[in-house]
Design a protein around this ligand. Sequence first.
Ligand code: UAG
Ligand code: ATP
Ligand code: API
Ligand code: MG
Length: 495
Amino acid sequence: MAQTKTLAELGLTAQAGRRAEITGVTTDSRAVRRGQLFAALPGTRVHGAAFIPMALEKGAGAILTDADGAALAADALAASDAALIVAEDPRAALAQTASLWFGAHPEVMVAVTGTNGKTSVSTFTRQIWEVLGYVGINLGTTGVEGAWSAPLGHTTPDPVTLHRVLAEAEVAGVTHAAMEASSHGLDQRRLDGVMLHAAGFTNFTQDHLDYHKTFDAYFDAKMTLFTRVLTEDGVAVVNLDDPRGEEVASLCTTRGIEVIGVGRHPDARLRILGQRFDDTGQDLRFSWQDRPHTARLNLIGGFQADNVALACGLAIAAGAIPGDVFATLDQLTTVRGRMQLVARRDNGATVFVDFAHTPDAVRIALQAMKPHVMGRTVVILGAGGDRDASKRPLMGKAAADNADLVIVTDDNPRSERAADIRAAVLAGATGGAEVIEVGDRAEAILRGIDALGPGDALLIAGKGHETGQIVGDTVLPFDDAEQASVAVAALEGRI
Ligand SMILES: CC(=O)N[C@H]1[C@@H](OP(=O)(O)OP(=O)(O)OC[C@H]2O[C@@H](n3ccc(=O)[nH]c3=O)[C@H](O)[C@@H]2O)O[C@H](CO)[C@@H](O)[C@@H]1O[C@H](C)C(=O)N[C@@H](C)C(=O)N[C@H](CCC(=O)O)C(=O)O
Ligand SMILES: Nc1ncnc2c1ncn2[C@@H]1O[C@H](COP(=O)(O)OP(=O)(O)OP(=O)(O)O)[C@@H](O)[C@H]1O
Ligand SMILES: N[C@H](CCC[C@H](N)C(=O)O)C(=O)O
Ligand SMILES: [Mg+2]
């Protein structure tokens, strides 16, 4: 990569015709190095323009901000010869700039949005590509995984991180990438500079109302993947079974975007016709353009077929041959922390770890477990602190409505009082199920596993792949799968 780029090369025009040779791009004043472009973005806590003086002191060569930001830092800017770019939407400008700065990216890119299933769909898409012989990655909540891996702080990283990662992946030989488009990421235009072949929609239910405030705003944020990020020559792959699915499809067709419908819906091009569940997974009957097929899925949970269907649609939309895609399905493996079988008691009872952290996901995960289970279902769940508080009683209700025993525990209380969060979950956990409160998550897991008789199953919900419990600012090591193995070993007298 060239060491410097001109503003024109980055698609930017500075005020008063100033020119600059840019040495890098950052949104964090603390990280500014000499000659870099500092994007001073309006934040949720503070306007980044408050840090323009710091960025200039550190030698920033250019400042990208909005009119408010320019006014806020007017004095510092007047006293500096750094180039000033004032954009109506500085986040959108930053996304394009980051894309031009890093330049390279995998040739084929797809993205998926929806309340639940993004990580699963992007992982299955990458697995399909891998079996087909392509060099693929998925990028999202679980970091970058596949042919090349790297940790990520966000489900949809900020544009600078995103384009750096995409460029590094391309250099590492990655040709195919499937990424998650979170609603925060879409709202903040984190992926506006990404060229997509296809975009997928899983479903729309409650989450993140703390950030978006209303369902409509949350839905609209998700829809910008189809109305703004995906271009007219892209393909949308839409789960038509979701109550909002047809609306998503029609938003796309209005723009002239080709839609591949998936699901049980009669209009689905990839249509799920039947599922038969067993101990280790399911057999799937489906049709593609009305021609029936069958496939073995070694995956627990009916909803995984929906995710797999969407992943097939994305792989096909991005150029793979349908028959080849369907031939890969028996090789798909469990996504870490999503309906993952982590332990089995000597009496045969099973323990699953799942990332269900919304009311709908808790309901769907418990209902999905049932056909694989002969006996009672037990669920352990909590709700995250500093996140949508209105989902807590609804998560409790989803658990009590769909399990025989509910154990309410902690899940990343963050800055909140853990007991208050548990109380909110418990308040909704009314109905037929037995409900108990066990704050300590390790003890909750031990008690849940102890309660399992022959044929029973336990779902440990909420943390999935996570490896820590966030209490205050501290991340305490905690892994549901590891705790479950230890608990089974202890209860079976092996340690
Ligand atoms: C609500 C939200 O998305 N916040 C993100 C946002 O922060 P913010 O707007 O609050 O930033 P701020 O603190 O007000 O600061 C404003 C600006 O000043 C800059 N700054 C700040 C301090 C300083 O000394 N110097 C400086 O330059 C900041 O870099 C920022 O650009 O911009 C920051 C920089 O890009 C992000 O790190 C931060 O993510 C926070 C940490 C976060 O937790 N985000 C979560 C909610 C999130 O994005 N989650 C989604 C969805 C997950 C899911 O689907 O479940 C995700 O994609 O991960
Ligand atoms: N298609 C689906 N429909 C409903 N629920 C699902 C579906 N797929 C997954 N889930 C549930 O949602 C949980 C999270 O799945 P996944 O991690 O794939 O979603 P995500 O959209 O990436 O979540 P996040 O918003 O945290 O990134 C799963 O553990 C499961 O309980
Ligand atoms: N990406 C989600 C993950 C939530 C997982 C759950 N363990 C929690 O902490 O609420 C979020 O940050 O809202
Ligand atoms: Mg995810």
